[in-house]
Design a protein around this ligand. Structure first.
Ligand code: AMP
Length: 404
């Protein structure tokens, strides 16, 4: 019988389920897994435990519940099921209802259902995971942790679109922001690093992964962020365009007969690094192409990364407007944590703010190495801090289920 207290963290997509068992105190990950292509004959589940990776076809039940049943058998087999004290669920959209994480009750489920219109692909999938976990672990408290909640402190001037006010009042159309758990986590880690109180620390956090967003955090609170009503706004991403002229959409519809579905595909799946480079949505592949020998590829990849970095730099500069002081700029996410090239390209465009990097420190801060990478004469500090969204979910789940 295990004496440890662990949290099962679940992140359900429409055809996928990511899970991890995490010690909420230490952040230690005991086991992780990813079920993919759920609902199809090709459904598989990959489990990583103690350095071993095992891929299994889900033949008996290829739905979310089947994946959860499989993960339960793995937890039993590895003596982890008795150690679970709660289940933490990542929920993408909490609307204006959820300003923090919540213990899941019937009312909470109803409120998540109500906000589903704002995230029609994500919230219903999150609910499938919640219901499957409730059926599987009826005695464990379940906690919902929302991607949007951290940004609920944004002032109205930052979250309103300058469109007819009725759209906000009647339909809830406004900027919500996402990646909240990541911006929250790295801002708290930054405060620790700077040996400052959370509520006295102001940072600009730059999350660059396949999805990308940036957040201005004033004395611990999110005051602006680049994603909006949906995650499509803001920075250039792997396959999303980020900011475009809204007139572009009307033009494509009127002049080129694009349907809503085609525009959705274009802006969310065929744009960003992939659309610009015509090579890949993956930053590593594009960096390899920039430094490779194929001249055509080199140019395409460079164009994509140039647009990407310029947009990030522009956002960093503009977010200084949202803050009364700035303690540090913090890079995180797969690209932010690992690519000294991207960090260098971004910061080199901020010389007017007198920010510059120590390129040696910049090169060292990769592959999980946190660090300060600014030059000695830089006006602001620049930090690299690996994010850990699962640990935030595990901590919230542990804390809320204990205080219940
Ligand atoms: P994430 O969504 O946070 O997992 O980040 C995925 C992105 O991080 C992809 O574009 C990867 O190419 C990028 N990435 C991961 N490692 C590196 C690296 N060493 N150099 C450049 N980009 C990287």
């Amino acid at each position: 019988m295990s004496t440890e207290k662990n949290i099962l963290v679940l992140n359900c997509g429409s055809s996928s389920l990511k899970f991890a068992v995490i010690n909420s105190t230490t952040g230690d990950t005991k086991i992780t897994g990813l079920a993919e292509r759920l609902g199809s004959k090709e459904a598989t589940i990959t489990v990583k435990y103690k350095g071993n990776k095992q891929v299994t076809e889900l033949t008996k039940n290829n739905q979310h519940l089947g994946a959860i049943e499989y993960l339960v058998s793995e937890l039993h087999a590895n003596d982890l099921s008795d150690s679970l004290t709660a289940v933490g669920h990542r929920v993408v959209h909490g609307g204006e209802v959820f300003t923090s994480s919540a213990v899941i009750t019937d009312d909470v489920i109803a409120a998540i259902e109500e906000t589903s219109g704002l995230a029609p692909l994500h919230n219903p999938a999150n609910l499938v995971g919640i219901k499957a976990a409730q059926a599987t672990f009826p005695s464990l408290p379940q906690v919902a942790v929302f991607d949007t909640a951290f940004h609920q402190t944004m002032p109205q001037k930052a979250f309103m679109y300058a469109v007819d006010n009725d759209l906000y009042n009647e339909k809830g159309i406004r900027r919500y922001g996402f990646h909240g758990t990541s911006h929250y986590f790295v801002s708290r880690e930054a405060a620790k690093h700077l040996q400052q109180q959370d509520d006295q620390t102001s940072v600009i956090t730059v999350h660059l992964g396949n999805g990308c967003s940036i957040c201005a955090i004033e004395n611990g609170n999110s005051v602006d962020t680049s994603m909006g009503l949906t995650p499509a706004e803001g920075l250039v991403m792997g396959t999303r365009s980020g900011d475009v002229d809204p007139g572009l959409i009307i033009y494509l519809m009127n002049q080129h007969n694009y349907s809503a579905q085609q525009i959705d595909n274009l802006l969310n799946k065929q744009s960003g690094l992939l659309g610009l480079s015509k090579l890949s949505n993956d930053c590593r592949t594009l960096e390899d192409a920039v430094f490779g020998n194929d001249e055509a590829q080199q140019q395409q990849a460079k164009l994509a990364l140039d647009v990407f970095c310029y947009r990030v730099a522009k956002y960093i500069a503009s977010y200084t407007v949202a803050l009364s002081h700035l303690d540090a700029i913090v890079f995180t996410g797969g690209i932010g944590e690992n690519s000294n090239y991207i960090r260098s390209q971004v910061i080199s465009q901020l010389s007017i703010l007198k920010i510059s990097l120590d390129e040696q420190q910049n090169e060292l801060a990769r592959f999980g190495n946190a660090g300060e990478i600014q030059a000695t004469d830089s006006q602001f500090r620049v930090l690299v801090i690996p994010t850990n969204e699962e640990w935030v979910i595990a901590r919230d789940a542990a804390q809320l289920s204990e205080s219940k």
